[in-house]
Design a protein around this ligand. Structure first.
Ligand code: AMP
Ligand code: GLY
Length: 419
């Protein structure tokens, strides 16, 4: 099988790594890729994932049998529809289903129609109406831009002025979703779907805040763990019956089921699991800890997704745990420099630590450089969360560049279930 992966983050490096271990793969391409994917696959740096024309051309040139779409932007702009028209097998939702992620207003009305537990919400298009609502409500709320915002579309604040400023800015170009603030702990659930049947993967958690103790601004994710100790078997059963089943039934009823990944961002509240958001792809940095624990051959899994073969695929709960620590550029999630020279002193292939590149590139002399805000995810694998985190943190200091920083409490600060 000749596979093309779209994207250039650490999620895509993890996907490429998992495909590279498959016995089914004869050629592996990544567009545009990064310095890490370039070591195990052929990068196609000139192909933009959002350009259907360029992606289709690359598929023809390289005789690609299957495309795996990593990030949300090409999904929202219809890359899957374009590839399906050309009869190129692809993992990901068509644009119609990608609205579950690309429009929070669409996702919320889907949840209400299908009785999926979620926060109470109100949708606004008028600033005056919103201002009236915010000044009269006593509820603690959170404001969200409806459309894609790369993790920057949500604001939670006790300061009315700050909320109104965000609202004024957002309403110029989009709808605004106001949500009841939910207390609890978050978990990310990934469901693999072959268009008819589906399978729930082990639970993950993303550390979204920039600094230790879950302090500071939101980021794209500073670390991740899989599985999550506080997501017990009985909680997973509740997640399946109360959240995943009604979601998948609703997708089926509304003609929105697709061959790909559905990501449910959940808040585990006192009343049970509630959906904060749907994404229609794998998460970053969750993929970096999830895929190393999956025993399935990635080629077999990909084939099962596009042929409706998931029920026949063996599936086993992982025996190990993984912790992923993100190493970021100085200044991230604000402004940051690019082009910092990187020294990697990791021992090769010891099996219990992995390093996935996010934004990296090689300069003309072949030296490794940073090229973005989140630069690497270092993953430790162990028999439990303590061993996995210890392994990750042993390796982290070996990734060196000027101003590199990371959270020190990934896999150590663990959510406590509410009683
Ligand atoms: P979203 O893009 O909807 O996932 O929101 C980003 C982050 O904001 C989530 O991961 C949560 O940390 C937080 N968040 C979103 N909605 C809520 C809510 N209703 N109550 C509390 N926190 C929320
Ligand atoms: N881990 C958050 C995301 O992938 O959107």
């Amino acid at each position: 099988m000749r596979v093309l992966i779209l994207g250039n983050g650490a999620r895509e490096h993890a996907l490429t790594w998992k495909f590279s271990k498959s016995k089914r793969i004869s050629a592996l391409f990544v567009a545009p890729g990064n310095a890490g994917t370039g070591e195990i696959a052929t990068n196609l740096p000139d192909i933009r994932p959002t350009s259907a024309e360029e992606v289709i051309r690359a598929c023809r040139t390289h005789r690609v049998d299957l495309v795996f779409v990593g990030p949300e932007d090409p999904l929202a702009s219809g890359i899957v529809d374009a590839l399906q028209r050309e009869k190129i097998p692809v993992i990901g939702p068509p644009a119609k289903s990608a609205q579950l992620e690309a429009s929070k207003a669409f996702a919320k009305s889907f949840m209400v129609r299908n009785r999926v537990p979620t926060a109470e919400h109100w949708i606004f298009t008028s600033y005056t109406d919103l201002e009236g609502f915010l000044t009269s409500t006593s509820k603690r709320v959170i404001l969200k831009k409806s459309g894609l915002a790369a993790g920057k579309g949500v604001v939670e604040s006790g300061d009315l002025k700050e909320l109104l400023q965000f609202a004024r800015h957002t309403l110029r170009e989009d709808q605004l979703v106001v949500e009841e603030y939910l207390e609890g702990f978050e978990t990310s659930i990934f469901v693999v779907c072959d268009g008819t049947s589906y399978r729930i993967l082990p639970p993950c958690m993303d550390y979204k805040k920039a600094y230790d103790g879950n302090k500071g601004p939101n980021t794209g994710g500073m670390g991740s763990i899989c599985p999550v100790p506080s997501v017990t078997t009985s909680l997973m059963n509740r997640i399946q019956t109360e959240v995943v089943n009604p979601t998948m039934d609703g997708l089926g009823k509304e003609g929105l089921l697709y061959q790909g990944i559905l990501y449910l961002g959940l808040m585990i509240t006192r009343e049970g699991p509630k959906v904060l958001e749907y994404n229609v792809r794998f998460g970053d940095p969750e993929t970096q800890v999830l895929l190393p624990l999956l025993e399935n051959d990635m080629g077999n899994l990909a084939e099962a997704i596009v042929t409706g073969g998931l029920p026949e695929l063996p599936g086993k709960y992982p025996e190990k745990t993984a912790t992923g620590v993100v190493i970021a550029a100085p200044g991230y999630p604000g402004t940051y420099p690019k082009g910092l020279t990187v020294n990697l002193n990791l021992p090769e292939g010891n099996g219990s630590t992995l390093i996935f590149h996010a934004a990296t590139q090689r300069d003309s002399k072949g030296s490794l450089q940073t090229n973005g805000g989140r630069c690497f995810t270092v993953v430790g694998i162990g028999k439990d969360i303590f061993e996995a985190s210890a392994k990750a943190y042993e390796a982290v200091p070996k990734v060196q560049f000027e101003g590199a920083w990371y959270r020190k409490d990934i896999g150590k600060l663990l959510p406590q279930p509410l009683d």
